[in-house]
Design a protein around this ligand. Sequence first.
Ligand SMILES: [Zn+2]
Length: 88
Amino acid sequence: MPPDKTCVKHNVILEKGLAKKIYEPPSPEDEEFDSLFPFHGIYKHTQKEEENSYNLIVVSYCKKCRKEGLNFIQTKREVQVILSSLDC
Ligand SMILES: [Zn+2]
Protein backbone atom coordinates (compact mmCIF):
# COMPACT_ATOMS: atom_id res chain seq x y z
CA MET A 1 0.00 0.00 0.00
CA PRO A 2 1.28 3.49 -0.79
CA PRO A 3 1.96 5.65 2.24
CA ASP A 4 -0.83 7.96 3.37
CA LYS A 5 -0.67 11.37 1.80
CA THR A 6 -0.31 14.33 4.05
CA CYS A 7 -1.39 17.95 3.70
CA VAL A 8 1.66 20.02 2.82
CA LYS A 9 0.22 22.97 4.71
CA HIS A 10 -0.92 21.35 7.95
CA ASN A 11 1.12 18.15 7.97
CA VAL A 12 -2.08 16.20 8.59
CA ILE A 13 -2.83 12.79 7.07
CA LEU A 14 -5.50 13.14 4.38
CA GLU A 15 -8.84 11.42 4.78
CA LYS A 16 -11.28 10.18 2.19
CA GLY A 17 -14.41 12.19 1.71
CA LEU A 18 -16.94 13.36 -0.83
CA ALA A 19 -16.59 16.54 -2.82
CA LYS A 20 -19.02 18.21 -5.19
CA LYS A 21 -18.09 18.00 -8.84
CA ILE A 22 -17.93 21.26 -10.75
CA TYR A 23 -17.90 21.00 -14.53
CA GLU A 24 -16.42 24.40 -15.22
CA PRO A 25 -12.85 25.55 -15.41
CA PRO A 26 -11.73 27.11 -12.12
CA SER A 27 -12.24 30.86 -11.82
CA PRO A 28 -9.40 33.04 -10.47
CA GLU A 29 -11.34 33.08 -7.20
CA ASP A 30 -11.39 29.27 -7.11
CA GLU A 31 -7.69 29.15 -7.83
CA GLU A 32 -7.00 31.50 -4.95
CA PHE A 33 -9.16 29.36 -2.68
CA ASP A 34 -7.39 26.18 -3.84
CA SER A 35 -4.00 27.70 -3.13
CA LEU A 36 -5.06 28.88 0.33
CA PHE A 37 -6.60 25.51 1.24
CA PRO A 38 -4.90 22.94 -1.00
CA PHE A 39 -6.83 19.93 0.32
CA HIS A 40 -10.19 21.47 1.25
CA GLY A 41 -12.07 18.69 -0.57
CA ILE A 42 -15.23 20.78 -0.75
CA TYR A 43 -15.50 20.77 -4.51
CA LYS A 44 -13.40 19.53 -7.37
CA HIS A 45 -13.17 20.85 -10.89
CA THR A 46 -13.46 17.97 -13.27
CA GLN A 47 -14.28 17.12 -16.86
CA LYS A 48 -17.81 16.11 -17.63
CA GLU A 49 -17.87 12.39 -18.21
CA GLU A 50 -20.82 10.10 -18.73
CA GLU A 51 -24.28 11.65 -18.48
CA ASN A 52 -25.51 9.66 -15.52
CA SER A 53 -22.47 10.08 -13.32
CA TYR A 54 -22.97 11.22 -9.77
CA ASN A 55 -22.34 14.80 -8.78
CA LEU A 56 -20.04 13.72 -6.00
CA ILE A 57 -16.50 12.47 -6.22
CA VAL A 58 -14.30 10.75 -3.68
CA VAL A 59 -11.34 12.91 -2.73
CA SER A 60 -8.55 12.93 -0.22
CA TYR A 61 -9.02 15.92 2.02
CA CYS A 62 -7.41 17.56 5.01
CA LYS A 63 -9.72 18.22 7.96
CA LYS A 64 -8.00 21.50 8.72
CA CYS A 65 -8.09 22.76 5.15
CA ARG A 66 -11.79 21.92 4.94
CA LYS A 67 -12.61 23.61 8.23
CA GLU A 68 -10.59 26.73 7.43
CA GLY A 69 -11.98 26.78 3.89
CA LEU A 70 -15.56 26.64 5.16
CA ASN A 71 -14.81 29.41 7.68
CA PHE A 72 -13.33 31.45 4.87
CA ILE A 73 -16.45 31.04 2.73
CA GLN A 74 -18.64 31.89 5.70
CA THR A 75 -16.63 35.03 6.49
CA LYS A 76 -16.73 36.07 2.86
CA ARG A 77 -20.53 35.74 2.79
CA GLU A 78 -20.83 37.82 5.96
CA VAL A 79 -18.63 40.53 4.46
CA GLN A 80 -20.78 40.56 1.34
CA VAL A 81 -23.92 40.94 3.44
CA ILE A 82 -22.35 43.86 5.30
CA LEU A 83 -21.19 45.47 2.06
CA SER A 84 -24.59 45.09 0.42
CA SER A 85 -26.28 46.63 3.45
CA LEU A 86 -23.93 49.62 3.23
CA ASP A 87 -24.84 50.10 -0.42
CA CYS A 88 -28.32 51.55 0.21
ZN1 LIG B 1 -4.50 21.11 5.29
